[in-house]
Design a protein around this ligand. Structure first.
Ligand code: PLP
Length: 386
């Protein structure tokens, strides 16, 4: 069966160039990057070269990067590394669970957290955020691009508000990096998280940008790796892969956006289906992601039915699949439980083609029609509710 993978928001395949760059570091160049002999020097040089490549993608200095095991660890390090007992922090209702659950944990520990709402497009109003500031506010953490809808937040404006209030600003850029240009100095953020596997590097590697001079408490205690900000022997092949993927992403960004035309075509074709629509339309979004609702249908049933036909998509965040509750992101945007449950996410990657888009759109149309035939009462109910 022909398989089409439109779930790049969950993870992306490692690019062949990335895989080739990593290959020697599994066996030939295997040294511990902290060893002082030849083998260690070789891998240390590779780690530092990768650091330069990631720094070039984000517009920061090499000393401002901490390699981590991925986006979750980078988000956690940003939050737990800054916020302590008695502090207040501000986040949004649509963050990834890597941020939301870290905030919930801090709440249980006695910190105060404000979850600012979003509008119907999924956008945080920077002025609402400004009004949420308190004397005890230590950190603002707002994502750059949402993982379910692709909606971009006004991070530059938020960065300016944080700087004016002398509050730290962290942004989760996991779904934005490599898709839109990022310059940490333009955003004026103090911390920024990225993850390798959303960028065609391997799973299990990521990085946190930490602005020079930011006092960050480590989460792991051990050796003095990563300038004592993240103890543990470096994942050299992963870091090398992240560096190469960052280099390729930078070149790609210079060439222009190749994903948006595919995403737009997909949305145009799929929107022709009756009672279907794009969630978060009408506001800037990253080019790879499209969240759509098909009223009267169960999103999970659609994901399963399409998988049987060879098309891989998701109901939202990969880590929430199997969750009984509908997406917190779509609910925060004011969608009804029914419409949130009737939503799925399509997310494209560099390996996808326009021809796949055409085939996928056809599969979606026929599958939605078949599922609606099976539950006409659900459809009628959804349509009546609008
Ligand atoms: C917005 C966002 N933040 C954080 C993460 C977590 O990254 P990782 O899977 O590398 O831990 C993800 C992964 O889906 C994400 O989409």
């Amino acid at each position: 069966m022909r398989r089409i993978y439109f779930d790049n928001g969950a993870t992306t395949p490692v690019l062949p160039e990335v895989f080739e760059a990593m290959r020697p570091y599994f066996s030939q160049q295997f040294g511990n990057a902290s060893s002082i002999h030849h083998h260690g020097q070789e891998t240390r040089a590779a780690v530092e070269r990768a650091r330069e490549l990631v720094a070039a993608l984000l517009g920061c200095r090499t000393g401002e990067l901490v390699f981590t095991s991925g986006g979750t660890e980078a988000d956690n390090l940003a939050i737990f590394g800054i916020v302590g007992p008695g502090d207040h922090l501000i986040t949004s209702a649509v963050e990834h669970h890597a941020v939301l659950n870290a905030c919930k944990h801090l709440e249980a520990e006695g910190c105060e957290v404000t979850y600012v709402p979003v509008d119907g497009r999924g956008v945080v109003d920077p002025q609402t955020l400004r009004r949420a500031l308190r004397p005890a506010t230590k950190l603002i953490t707002i994502m750059m691009a949402n993982n379910e809808t692709g909606v971009l937040q006004s991070v530059k404006e938020i960065g300016a508000i944080a700087a004016e209030a002398d509050v730290f600003f962290h942004t989760d850029a996991v779904q934005a990096v490599g898709k839109v240009p990022i310059d940490v100095n333009q955003i004026d953020c103090d911390l920024l998280a990225i993850s390798g596997h959303k960028l065609h590097a391997p799973q299990g590697v990521g990085a946190l940008y930490v602005r020079k001079g930011t006092a960050l408490q480590p989460m792991l205690y051990g050796g003095r790796h990563e300038r004592s900000r993240r103890a543990g022997t470096e994942n050299v092949p992963g870091i090398v892969g992240l560096g190469r993927a960052a280099e390729l992403a930078r070149q790609k960004l210079k060439r222009g956006d190749e994903l948006a035309p595919m995403r737009d075509r997909l949305e145009r074709l799929v929107s022709q289906i009756e009672y279907a629509g794009v969630n978060g339309a009408g506001t800037p979004r990253v080019p790879q992601t499209s969240s759509m609702h098909f009223d009267g249908i169960d999103g999970e049933a659609l994901v399963i039915a399409l998988d049987l036909k060879g098309l891989a998509i998701s109901t939202g965040a990969a880590c929430s699949s199997g969750a009984i509750e509908p997406s917190h992101v779509l609910l925060a945007m004011g969608m009804s439980h029914d419409q949130a449950r009737a939503s799925v996410r399509f997310s494209l990657g560099q390996q996808n083609t326009m021809e796949e888009v055409e085939v996928a759109a056809g599969l979606v149309a026929e599958t939605v029609a078949r599922l609606r035939e099976l539950s006409p009462r659900e459809v009628a109910r959804a349509v009546r509710r609008g």
